[in-house]
Design a protein around this ligand. Sequence first.
Ligand SMILES: Nc1nc2c(c(=O)[nH]1)N[C@H]1C(S)=C(S)[C@@H](COP(=O)(O)OP(=O)(O)OC[C@H]3O[C@@H](n4cnc5c(=O)[nH]c(N)nc54)[C@H](O)[C@@H]3O)O[C@H]1N2
Ligand SMILES: Nc1nc2c(c(=O)[nH]1)N[C@H]1C(S)=C(S)[C@@H](COP(=O)(O)OP(=O)(O)OC[C@H]3O[C@@H](n4cnc5c(=O)[nH]c(N)nc54)[C@H](O)[C@@H]3O)O[C@H]1N2
Ligand code: SF4
Ligand SMILES: [Mo]
Length: 859
Amino acid sequence: MASLFDSITHSAMSRRRFIQASAAAAASLSLAGCGNSLTTASADKMTAQEGKWITAACWHNCGGRCLNKAYVVDGVVVRQKTDDTHPDSPDYFQQRACLRGRAQRNQVFGADRLKYPMKRKHWEPGGGDKSLRGRDEWVRISWDEALDLVAAELKKAKETYGNRSLFACGTEVGRLLNLYGGHITRWGTTSYGAWKFTPGKIGYSFNAGEETINDRIDLRGCETIILLGSNPAWSSAGSPSYHFLQMKQAGAKFIGIDPFYNDTYALLEADWIPTRPQTDVALLTSVAYTLITEDDPSTNPLIDWDFLKRCTIGFDGDSMPEGADPKENFKDYVLGTYDGVPKTPEWAAEICGVEPNTIRSLARQFTKTKKVAFLAGWASARNQNVDGLPQMIMTIGAMTGHIGKPGHCTGVSCHAGAGNGGDALVSPGKDGLPGVKNPLDDVFNDAHIWRSIVDGKYVYMGPGGQDPGVERDVDIHVIYHAGRALLQTTDGMNLGIEAHRKVDFVVTHAQFLTTTAKYSDIVLPINTEWERVGGFLTGNREMAIMYSQVTESLYEAKSDQWIVTELAKRLGFKPEELYPFDEKQQFFNKIAGSKVVTPDGKDFEPLVTITAADIAQWGVQGTPQQGRITLPELQEKGIYQVERYPGDNYGYIACADFVTDPENNPLPSESGKFEIYCRSLAEVINGTGFSKIKPIPTHIPAPDGYESTFKDWGNKVKGDYPYQVLNPHYLRRSHTVFDNVQWLRETWPNPVFINTKDAESKGIMDGDTVLLTSRHGKTLRRACLTERFMPGVIGLPHGAWVDIDEKTGIDTAGADNILCGSVPTGQGVSGWNTCAVNMEKYAGAPLIPDIEKPQRIFF
Ligand SMILES: Nc1nc2c(c(=O)[nH]1)N[C@H]1C(S)=C(S)[C@@H](COP(=O)(O)OP(=O)(O)OC[C@H]3O[C@@H](n4cnc5c(=O)[nH]c(N)nc54)[C@H](O)[C@@H]3O)O[C@H]1N2
Ligand SMILES: Nc1nc2c(c(=O)[nH]1)N[C@H]1C(S)=C(S)[C@@H](COP(=O)(O)OP(=O)(O)OC[C@H]3O[C@@H](n4cnc5c(=O)[nH]c(N)nc54)[C@H](O)[C@@H]3O)O[C@H]1N2
Ligand code: SF4
Ligand SMILES: [Mo]
């Protein structure tokens, strides 16, 4: 089989014919179970046949959400298209797919799909030669053998070492292992960084801050939109950039505070304030200094004193909470009244790299006299020691009164909700499955997973990760991956590889030989959403997508639920103990429970009309109901979108109730107000033991931050790792997903972005192979020289599949977490966005472009 796919892959066929051939091969093999009768002629014949358009899932964590339709002929997708369910307009926009989504058929039907269960050649019970994990050969095995082996290993670990020896990640396997007595799992701040826990404490009612900004139609009323670390053009593909363009067309001026002049700023013709990673709190502290020192209520009103008085605590000595030292207020910290260090733009410039005069003019842009939106992405908060950043951002918004009013807001604009705040107007129901509680309370913090496994001890911070840290012993023998790409996407990948080579058994459910699969003993092929019963996807607040099954499961791939059900049987359970009803009934429950906003915008009502005939046709349990759209129509269209227009009932002004009447609408903080001085934040963080912070926002140097690039900060002598690297989320991928898709590899080569001056000083030319070294690991990439990353900052795109050259120990794929170490700070925040590195021209063999690397194809 391998030779068939090799010959297809490496033949001189046109790309279009290759895809058709590869796709047809996949389908014919899956339908026949085996066989190799494919010819390109048969592939061509298929495209001439009649097919039908089916709404196909684009189910990744990609920061967008789009309608993706597949033209299916005999189970093979021969074309794709996107939203044409209604004409496009700025108010009622189409949910248009990005290039990744449009290349989805190239992924699902890729020649590198895992076809059969596989066992590592030198694996034997107990592990065999564990050092071979990640570089062993693979042997095809039957499903029965694979499931028997996995069940036996789980049983052995439980009986010998107890359930605390099982580490697993994935909803379905979690369910199984909970039924089986429990397992250790993970928690983390993932996408949100410091926005995960800080907002709830300082007064924003939503952790993660997603509801802190106004909706897209209101934002068209802004005069100035200040973006801090925000790149919807890359990280919120689909429609958000289109909404930002409407704001620009309505007259908004844009500013981008970022180490990278990204495509969003270019699109919006934003003024660029180049600033170093992890130093935003310092920059914004000096913005506050400028506002305080330049404000004059009669001649130069910059600060909204009324807002500060009504809506905040801790700004000055008069507004401190009871029991707090009045000297610890924010204003006196900024002015240096008691510590003798005024936080002037000159003070900040040394840290953040922004010219003092640029800081002063930035500060003036926040003036209370204009309609300003201050919108931050999450990336700047995915740094070490930035737990105070959301508080600092809120403080600037509060000082200038840009919260809670039309045309004014301050908060998070990121992911699928970029540029469009507010609750979902339409949402699917729940699957109805009863939960299975985990009898164990152990959970590893993301930044600690691999160290916990290697060292045999970890810091337990309570079930919600918010309690004072307590050290616990732990002894992991099994790692089970069935969701997420943990080895690839958590910090400290070299330590992660060590952990994978330590335990007795590693198993992964996978669609391709991903990183977690590669370092496993047993790999179980899973199907994709295109091969399952269907489901819902949500993204921006205005729509929900209902997708359907596109094709049968390819080869021997099965669903996660099928696999854990088979394991449950082998572990002594009845299938219905795990799943009382099947995947189709779960899907139907979501349909029946879907809700849509009522026309007055005040309530929700059922979305879908379901008849007795629908229920009979689906073969499920249910009750007929009246809704907004019939089930067949929803299935046909694949989407329900709420039509919006200026002045409708669906607008959203974040925090408006509180700002209008603070006394009667208290915020969820301790004081009920925005807390510029936040006792609970400091208490929790100082309790974890990872960092020490004050109740007011202050810049705290990070273990892998800018200050760490010096060996002598006072005399400004650079150390062994003089550059900062950051990991922008990249167009080729959704994290790790799509990294293997050839079309996308060809389109986006995944280089390392280096400022031209830095490259010149190291003798690096465009296309040269560059070695990046951090104190945690080494990786190679080809250089792309640019003026769009500020000097001293290197851009290494997030999510490439690690590919270690076992002779040198160097990763050749540009995997970000090879460089980022396992260093939790603050409230267990993963600071994986930035670390300190050295950069040099690589003396070894130059890298070939990713597109020329062989695909990982087996059998
Ligand atoms: N250094 C660094 N690290 C980061 C980041 C960074 O900026 N820098 N960003 C972080 C962020 S914001 C996030 S959200 C995380 C994302 O981290 P992950 O969630 O781990 O990343 P994904 O690549 O989305 O992983 C999804 C995995 O699930 C698999 N999969 C797809 N469908 C199914 C299915 O039906 N069943 C099973 N079992 N598996 C399936 C995919 O093949 C893929 O391997 O990464 C974080 N890591
Ligand atoms: N194509 C693609 N899109 C994605 C994803 C993907 O993997 N690929 N992942 C999705 C997910 S789960 C998430 S969480 C979001 C993440 O989306 P974001 O959190 O917005 O992350 P990024 O896109 O990495 O970075 C956004 C901008 O922040 C800047 N930045 C980085 N660090 C700092 C800093 O310390 N200070 C300042 N001021 N700016 C900084 C970067 O240079 C970049 O311009 O993206 C989502 N969208
Ligand atoms: S933005 Fe996401 S959902 Fe939309 S097409 Fe791209 S990958 Fe798919
Ligand atoms: Mo994320």
